[in-house]
Design a protein around this ligand. Sequence first.
Ligand code: AKG
Ligand code: FE2
Length: 362
Amino acid sequence: MAQGLARAASLARTVRTTVRNLALGRDDVPPQAPHAPPAPSRAVEADIPVDIGCIKVFRAESFPESGPSPWLDQPDALDIVARRVARREITPRQAEICRSWVEHGYYVLRGAIDPDTIDEVWAAYEAAIAGGDLTLAPEKAAPDDPHPGRYLNPHLKVEAIDRLLKHPVLMNFSSMVLGRPAIPFQTIASHKGSQQSEHSDSIHMTTYPLGYLAACWVAMEDIHADAGPLVYYPGTHRLPYLFSHDVGITTDEFRERGYGAYSERYEPAIKQEIREHGATPAYFTARKGDVLFWHANLLHGGSARADMQRSRKALVHHYFAEGCICYHDLSATTSAVHGPVESLPTCGASSPDIAVRERISL
Ligand SMILES: O=C(O)CCC(=O)C(=O)O
Ligand SMILES: [Fe+2]
């Protein structure tokens, strides 16, 4: 009994500290003590703790609506920014970036990565392709398209790309806007414009609680307006999140039809949202080394390539925040950040302090 109370008091302290640190957006939260619960019970930081081992179907509708939201998504975010700058916890420049993030859901950091680093990373990528370590599909967008297709997660094969993914400027920026340490997760390399339809990354990389994903797009060369630059819609991060369930894509349908169902129902729904809200597109016509960061729910895609001959070399990086449950809503699978499925705790085993809510076990 006494032990139970002590454990409850200790949990309450942890939750209070975590919530305070989250609200402050601190990135100097001390690492977990060795006797802390194992990694799988990470969602203990959510306002409504969820036992990861009890979730049967990793889809947005399986989770309760719960905060805390990332600090810059909170209703009083601008006040928090003002307080933090007054206390000198963030610089006036960081405060300006944060205010812009609150309002627009993106930020362009010009010249974030020096051109020599960019050239070195791209050369390493090309060398890996030439050496046969990576094979790119042609993915021709037209008969006269000379450029190869995209490559998912090249950082797993090319060390220089892995170093760029972990570049302090990118990691610190992402940690600052997320309000907790960023965990590098996914990379995509491209020689050309993707012409990918508009979407929110949150359907591809979802977190519980919501919003703990940040992405950045690194221009690996100067990007011309005719090359099909990244298109994004400032302010759309504040629209409601849209998941598979909301557009009627069941797990079974995704298993059977894959992205066919996604293009038939999710993509038109996003286009309609953009129209209905009169969202205005912006295009990332960048200089080599410029970086565009965006919010978990900012709508974006690849614009049309006016000139097929023009390349559009880029590396896109996605970061999750530490302490969240991360999953792929379309296929209802946990993210690789949690390790293999077999390593997830069984229901009730991840932490005896976490109540299992009826409505989350489908
Ligand atoms: O590079 C593009 O055109 C789109 C990339 C994208 O949407 C992403 O990586 O999240
Ligand atoms: Fe995306």
